[in-house]
Every structure is written in structure tokens, then in C-alpha cells.
Design a protein. Structure first.
Length: 401
């Protein structure tokens, strides 16, 4: 009876992570680990900022208060490396770790997830990222968030870079969803303007990747996505003016989780994700910040594909970017919306092309390297709104110069 009607796609929404949000929320760490039956913990973190801020010490003291044993492993860098993952797997096996806590942002959480996948697996954990195996088990994971951006604290995905060959690949499974996530907005006050802007860009892109689809019967999901995007835009300017503004830091932190826990994709075909895939090769090759890479690519992708759904881009322009609707030409409205996004990026200090991102244009050889990796040697396409083949990917990289 519904054959000639457009109806919202069936979906299963699964977001099992317990969120503990607010000032001093990290003080609950010990009890939370006990609640999830952890007895020996790997505390995984990045650089010295976790130590200098006192957060690492607070987490460890919280574990000690509940008589929970732990070991520490730092050294995670942006675009987290497989070599650190291997180090963590070996350490966890040696110390009989049964729980992993990530203290940091998306890079630390992704590294923690991959360690947790690798400990019970008898093969090479990289097998999962190359599609050669599927995970069957995983140590329980939790996150104490310090950088809102990746949304990894509530997502089912993780991304790791293998140094040999500069391969940056993602893997998704519900096994890596955090058991709990501790979010204290005060712990983000020390983030610099560039880190904050990169995080805002990543948060918005996680929703925009889902928003730009061929689906047009998802009114409630649209409203959630558009409201989230507007809130993040507003909050970005406020925290760049006043880094210690708890209210707006909190908005960004919570938005980061909602943007990537699939809420803004319910009832859709899952999103496009071409911009993310194209950017992964940029950050793998040039080791740039993920958020900045997304900003450098998105405008070129949008101009290349917008005609596939002019009305969607026009709706975004008006409802999210505040563009005046040109009712005579949806196409002009759509293009004005794309330009408004790029103006927003410039206003918060993000690049809008590759030259601004890395300080020069990429060479033909570098484009060939990125294309080969992005398309897995020409065997895979990208995107959903418009399916991108090798020629399309190359065109976008060149437009983004």
C-alpha cells in the first residue's frame, strides 16, 4: 500500500554509552569502572597537557579510591599511530588489563578502542581496518573527554594511521562503543583557538555528512541536525571570544557527542562521508589536523555535487546558514549557502583550500598517491549523494587547490 509513497527509512538506533556530564564529573571515575566490572585499567592519554592540567592525576586518584589497579600509557599524537596501538596491546596483555580508559580527545579514544580490539584478537589488529577480519570481542572502554570534536566517545567507529605507507583507515563496530563517557566542560577551557575551531568544524561535518543525502522524508531528523548546527556556529564565536565560558563550551561538548552518535542520521541512508574519506588521505600524507582538512575540502566537494540535490543545499543555506532565500533560483540559494560555510570557516580561522592548509599546492604525484589510497587502487567509490569515481575524486582535489 506504500509503494507509491516516500516514507522515512526504517532504522535501529543504538547509543548505549552512559554519559556523565558536568563540572567535576571525573570524580565519579572509580565508581563507574566498578559498575562495569573493571579491576585492572589501562589509562591511555596523549601528551603532557593531561598531566599539567591535573586531570590525569584526578583520574588515577579516583581509581585508587575504589582500590582499582591501573597502568598508564601516554604518547598518543593527532592522527593516532598504529605503533602506539601495538605498544598498548602488548602492555595490556602483559599486565592482564581488563578495562581501557581514554583520557583525551578523539585521537586518544580511537587509539584506546583499537588497543581494546587488539588485546583479545590473535591476529594483527590492522586486519580489521583492511577488511580482512571482523572483530568478535573487545575489552570494555570508557572516555574522559578533553577535546570535543571527533564524537568518538559515543560512536561505533575509530580511525588509525599506519606509519608504513601513510595509510589512514577507519573501522566500525558496536563492540567499541564506550561503556561510559565523562564530560566536564571545564576541562576544555585551555583549548587554543585553532584546536577549538578544528573541533567545531569536525562536529559540524559529522552532521553535515549525514544531512546531505538523497532522503527527503526525515523532518524530525532534519530539525535536530539544523538546530545542532546553528547552536555550534553560535557557540564557536562565543568561546573564541571567551575561552572560559562554561555555557558555550558545554554546548559544543554535548553537540560533539550528538553529532556522531547517529542521532542526526536516523531515518536516512546513512550519509555521504566522501569529504571525510577525501580528507583522511590529506591528513595521512601531510599530518594536518583533521578538522582543518575537512574545511579545506568541503567547499570543493559541495560545488561538485550540489546539483544532485539543489533543494537540500538550498534548505541548508536558509535554515542553517541564514541565507536569504532566492525563490526564483534555488541554485543561487544553494551556492550562497556553500559560500556562507566557507565564510564561517574563515571567520573562525580555518582554511578553505589545500594551499591554505599545507602552505602550497599538492603535486600531481601526491594527488595520484591520495587517489590510489582513497579508492583502494581504483576498486572502491565514495559518497552517497553523488557516487564518486576516481575521476571525480581527482576533480575535487584539484578544485580544492
Amino acid at each position: 500500500m506504500f509503494e507509491n509513497r516516500k516514507i522515512m527509512k526504517d532504522f535501529t538506533y543504538y547509543a548505549p554509552t552512559k554519559v556523565v556530564f558536568g563540572a567535576n564529573s571525573e570524580k565519579q571515575i572509580g565508581q563507574l569502572v566498578k559498575d562495569f566490572n573493571g579491576t585492572k585499567v589501562l589509562v591511555h592519554y596523549g601528551g603532557k597537557s593531561a598531566e599539567r592540567s591535573g586531570l590525569l592525576d584526578a583520574v588515577c586518584k579516583g581509581l585508587e579510591a575504589e582500590n582499582i589497579q591501573y597502568i598508564k600509557l601516554g604518547g598518543v599524537v593527532p592522527n593516532p599511530r598504529l605503533s602506539k596501538v601495538y605498544e598498548g596491546i602488548e602492555l595490556c596483555r602483559k599486565e592482564n588489563v581488563d578495562f581501557v580508559i581514554a583520557v583525551g580527545g578523539g585521537s586518544v579514544i580511537d587509539s584506546s578502542k583499537t588497543i581494546a580490539l587488539g588485546v583479545p584478537y590473535k591476529g594483527d589488529v590492522w586486519d580489521f581496518y583492511m577488511g580482512n577480519a571482523q572483530a568478535k570481542s573487545c575489552l570494555p572502554i570508557a572516555a574522559v573527554l578533553t577535546i570535543p570534536a571527533a564524537g568518538s566517545e559515543m560512536s561505533n567507529s575509530c580511525v588509525i594511521t599506519k606509519e608504513e605507507g601513510n595509510l589512514k583507515k577507519g573501522y566500525g563496530t558496536d563492540l567499541v562503543r564506550c561503556k561510559f563517557a565523562i564530560m566536564n566542560p571545564e576541562r576544555t577551557f585551555t583549548l587554543g583557538k585553532y584546536q577549538t575551531a578544528c573541533g567545531v568544524t569536525d562536529i559540524m561535518m559529522h552532521t553535515m555528512e549525514r544531512y546531505f543525502s538523497l532522503d527527503d522524508d526525515m523532518t524530525v531528523t532534519n530539525a535536530i541536525a539544523e538546530g545542532l548546527l546553528r547552536a555550534v556556529k553560535e557557540s564557536a564565536f562565543e568561546v573564541l571570544k571567551d575561552p572560559n565560558n562554561y555555557h558555550y563550551r558545554a554546548q559544543i561538548m554535548w553537540a560533539g557527542s550528538l553529532a556522531h552518535n547517529d542521532l542526526t542520521g536516523c531515518g536516512t541512508s546513512g550519509g555521504d562521508w566522501a569529504t571525510h574519506r577525501l580528507e583522511h588521505e590529506l591528513s595521512a600524507l601531510f599530518d594536518v589536523a583533521h578538522g582543518a582538512g575537512l574545511a579545506a575540502i568541503w567547499g570543493s566537494w559541495a560545488r561538485y555535487v550540489y546539483k544532485e540535490s539543489v533543494t537540500r543545499f538550498a534548505q541548508f543555506a536558509v535554515d542553517v546558514m541564514g541565507v536569504t532565500n532566492d525563490f526564483k533560483s534555488p541554485e543561487r540559494t544553494a551556492l550562497a549557502g556553500i559560500e556562507a560555510v566557507e565564510n564561517f570557516y574563515r571567520a573562525i580561522g580555518m582554511p578553505t583550500n589545500i594551499r591554505e592548509l599545507i602552505g602550497r599546492e599538492v603535486t600531481d604525484e601526491e594527488i595520484k598517491v591520495m587517489l590510489d589510497k582513497c579508492s583502494w587502487g581504483g576498486t572502491k567509490t565514495l559518497g552517497n549523494l553523488k557516487v564518486l569515481h576516481n575521476d571525480d575524486m581527482e576533480a575535487i582535489y584539484r578544485m580544492a587547490q
